[in-house]
Design a protein around this ligand. Structure first.
Ligand code: ADP
Ligand code: MG
Length: 311
C-alpha cells in the first residue's frame, strides 16, 4: 500500500447506542469520512462495538432463556453480528454521502477475524465485563460451568472475558485487494472476531479484542503512515479532569511512556489508544497516530489540533 492509506478508528460516539441513534450518528460520521476521501486518502475504517455487542449478546441470552431450543450464542458469533449490524449502516451512510457529492467510489464491509494467542496471559485473568447483569445464583451457575463472572460496580454480576492482544488479521489480503481497487473498507469492527488457529481450523474464542489495538496492527500491516483514532475528546490530556489539566499536542513515544508510568491515561479508555499509538510508532519509521474528535479530523490532519504520537 502507498502512503496515502490511512486507518481511521471510530469510537462509540461515532455510532450511537441503539439502532435509531446509529442511523443518525453514521450520517454525520460519513460526512467526515467522505471529506477525507475527497482529499485523496485511501481509507480503512475500523470501529468499536461495546454497546452493540452487549445489546446483541443480551438479546441472544434472553432468547435462550425464553426458548431453550436456541441454546446459548457464543460471544464471537455476537461480535460477527455486531460487525454486520454496524458495518451495513456505516457502509450505506458513506455510500449515500459519496452519491450526494457525485463521487463514484465503492464501499465494502469485510467481516474480519483476528487471531489471538491461546497462551496470551490475558486468558488467565479475564477482566472485561460483557452482557446482561446476572443474579448471584445465575453467576454461580455459570461459574460452575467454567464461565468466569464478576461483581460489576455494585450493579450485579456479569460474565467477564479476556482482552488478548491481536496477532494476525486473517482477511488482510482481502482488505488490501479492495483498497487497491479503490474501495473505502470497513473492517476489524469491535477489534475483530477473536479466533485461534488450530492447525488451519479457526475457532472463535470468548474474548474481546481492543479496537484501538486491532487498528494499530491493521495500520502496521497496511504500511500506513497515519492512524487516526476518533473519539469523544479533542486531545489527550495529563491531569485529565483536574484543575491542572493540560491538553497534549505533540507526544513522543518516550513522553507517552513516562505519562503511562504516572497513570495519566485511564485504563479501558485513553490508555489503550496511547498504547496502540506507541506500538504503531515503534513498528516502522515515520508512523504517527492522531487522536482527536470526529468533528476535528480534518483540522487534526492539517496539524491544527489533536494529539499526535510519534517516535
Ligand atoms: P472510544 O469509544 O472512542 O474508544 P473511550 O470512552 O473508550 O472512547 O475513550 C475516550 C475517553 O477517554 C474520553 O472521552 C475521556 O473521557 C477518557 N479519558 C481518560 N483519560 C484521558 C486523558 N488522559 N485524556 C483525555 N481523555 C481521557
Ligand atoms: Mg474505547
Amino acid at each position: 500500500m502507498d502512503n496515502n492509506t490511512v486507518v481511521i478508528a471510530l469510537g462509540g460516539n461515532a455510532l450511537g447506542k441503539n439502532g435509531a441513534e446509529q442511523k443518525e450518528a453514521v450520517a454525520k460520521t460519513a460526512k467526515v469520512i467522505v471529506d477525507l476521501a475527497e482529499e485523496g486518502l485511501n481509507l480503512v475504517i475500523t470501529h468499536g462495538n461495546g454497546p452493540q455487542v452487549g445489546m446483541i449478546q443480551n438479546a441472544m441470552d434472553n432468547l435462550a432463556m425464553i426458548q431453550s431450543e436456541y441454546g446459548q450464542t457464543a460471544l464471537p458469533a455476537s461480535v460477527a453480528m455486531s460487525q454486520g449490524y454496524i458495518g451495513i449502516d456505516l457502509q450505506n451512510a458513506i455510500k449515500y454521502e459519496l452519491y450526494s457529492r457525485n463521487i463514484d467510489k465503492k464501499v465494502s464491509t469485510i467481516l474480519s477475524q483476528v487471531e489471538v494467542d491461546k497462551e496470551d496471559e490475558a486468558f488467565l485473568n479475564p477482566t472485561k465485563p460483557i452482557g446482561r447483569f446476572l443474579t448471584r445464583e445465575e453467576a454461580e451457575k455459570k461459574e460452575a460451568d467454567g464461565i468466569k463472572c464478576m461483581e460489576d460496580a455494585g450493579r450485579g454480576y456479569r460474565i467477564v472475558v479476556a482482552s488478548p492482544m491481536p496477532k494476525k488479521i486473517r482477511e488482510l489480503q482481502t482488505i488490501k485487494t479492495l483498497l487497491e481497487a479503490g474501495h473505502i473498507v470497513i473492517t476489524c469492527g469491535g477489534g475483530g472476531i477473536p479466533v485461534i488457529d488450530d492447525y488451519g481450523k479457526l475457532s472463535g474464542v470468548s474474548a474481546v479484542i481492543d479496537k484501538d489495538n486491532a487498528s494499530s496492527l491493521l495500520a502496521k500491516e497496511l504500511n500506513a503512515d497515519l492512524l487516526i483514532i476518533l473519539t469523544a475528546v479533542e486531545k489527550a490530556a495529563i491531569n485529565f479532569g483536574k484543575e491542572n489539566q493540560e491538553w497534549l499536542s505533540d507526544l513522543t513515544v518516550e513522553q507517552a511512556e513516562e505519562y503511562i508510568k504516572q497513570g495519566q491515561f485511564a485504563k479501558g479508555s485513553m490508555l489503550p489508544k496511547i498504547e496502540a499509538a506507541i506500538r504503531f510508532a515503534e513498528s516502522g519509521e515515520g508512523r504517527r497516530t492522531l487522536i482527536t474528535q470526529l468533528e476535528k479530523a480534518a483540522a487534526g490532519i492539517a496539524g491544527e489540533t489533536g494529539t499526535v504520537i510519534y517516535k
